[in-house]
Design a protein around this ligand. Structure first.
Ligand code: PLP
Length: 369
């Protein structure tokens, strides 16, 4: 039916001509970075769109995660999910922190709060859970444990742009939350990220850390990094924000069609909708079980022969990469649910410009297995 390759995602871009006036302003002002007017305007616009009080923009989410840990002076051991993108655990290693992997809940694919306590040691200082695919973690259970053991909570919220629960943004939970604005994410600035902070004081510290640790012109108070978002990326973000609701609605329609069409296929199960009130439909993961005629990898290969390119997010598990697999908590017996999900999951194409006839085509290929 289609000759074009269909990728798991395709970046969302605003009309080019609408971006030109932003570029003209940057060229005229020669204000390219270091917290210029577009940087300020995007922080304000995101606070109001997301319904949060304070946000610090970053060049990407990985640097933001690394900085979030530094801002709270986290050290020792941090409990985290093996079922995520590798940057989650890498941010710990970059701070000399030991990741401690805890298994996931097989339904939500988020870290299982019931298994956190057993992983706490005297060296544990924080929990870094992931709102996987944008579905909220059990934030209340996690906060209760954190309060009982005096631990900080930093959410990897890279997938969770615009997700709300009953009371507003899920980004307000925990001590800090980190968003990614990478090209593949729901909201993108080509590259970018942000930390949601609870108070102005924390934001000041984070802003210092993302600017080499400078306080004023001649004083440096920490070994900060260069994590600043440029005016180009900030301006692009402002324009992207005008189209974000439209983009999420398009994703929602694709999600609904997949859900309907896949319903009848034996051995394919969709992730149940999360507990969120407003989703962002960032990913469309399916689980391939023994009742399906093909294994997950056979289905993956078959789709590829039809120029459909799903992704095995998240396979391999982070805990299987060489720099992690020697850890006690990385042992396969410790992570049966994560292991099973990594072997069965496939993320199907979903992005605003994906037309519904292509979704029907993808499902037909899966039916013909
Ligand atoms: C994309 C992603 C990151 C990294 O984001 P960058 O902006 O590319 O650095 C971190 N964690 C998760 C879960 C991600 O999906």
């Amino acid at each position: 039916m289609t000759a074009k390759d269909i990728y798991v995602t395709q970046p969302c871009l605003p009309p080019l001509e609408e971006f030109i006036p932003y570029l003209e302003k940057i060229w005229a002002s020669k204000n390219l970075t270091n917290g210029g007017p577009f940087h300020q305007a995007l922080e304000d616009a995101l606070c109001s769109y997301l319904g949060v009080e304070h946000i610090a923009l970053f060049t990407n989410a990985t640097i933001a995660l690394i900085t979030a840990l530094q801002a709270l002076r986290i050290n020792g051991e941090v409990i985290t999910s093996p079922y995520s993108f590798v940057a989650t655990s890498h941010s710990l290693l970059w701070n000399g922190i030991q990741p401690v992997f805890v298994d996931i809940n097989p339904q939500t694919l988020n870290v299982d709060p019931n298994k956190i306590e057993a992983a706490i040691t005297p060296r544990t200082t924080a929990i870094m859970p992931v709102h996987c695919y944008g579905h909220p973690c059990d934030v209340e259970a996690i906060q209760t444990i954190a309060d009982n053991y005096n631990l900080r909570v930093i959410y990897d919220a890279a997938h969770a742009f615009g997700v709300n629960d009953e009371n507003g943004s899920i980004l307000r939970h925990g001590d800090l939350s980190v968003l990614s604005f990478h090209a593949t994410k729901v909201f993108n600035t080509f590259e970018g990220g942000a930390i949601i902070c609870p108070d102005a004081k924390t934001k000041v510290r984070i802003d210092q850390l993302k600017n080499f640790g400078f306080v004023g012109e001649t004083t440096v108070v920490a070994a900060g990094i260069n994590g600043k978002m440029s005016e180009f990326n900030s301006a692009l973000g402002l324009l992207q924000l005008k189209y974000i609701d439209q983009a999420i609605t398009a994703r929602q329609n694709i999600d609904a069609l997949y859900r309907k069409l896949l319903d009848g296929i034996q051995g394919i199960s969709c992730l149940p909708p999360g507990c969120e009130k407003r989703s962002n439909y960032a990913y469309y993961p399916i689980l391939v079980s023994e009742n399906y005629p093909l294994t997950r990898d056979e289905l993956y290969k078959k789709l590829k022969t039809k120029k459909i390119h799903p992704r095995r997010y998240f396979y391999p598990l982070i805990s299987d990469f060489s720099m992690y697999r020697g850890l006690h908590s990385a042992h396969p017996n410790n992570l049966p649910n994560a292991r099973s999900a990594a072997q069965r999951v496939l993320c199907l194409p979903i992005y605003p410009d994906l037309d519904l006839t292509t979704v029907e085509y993808i499902v037909r290929v899966m039916e013909d297995a």
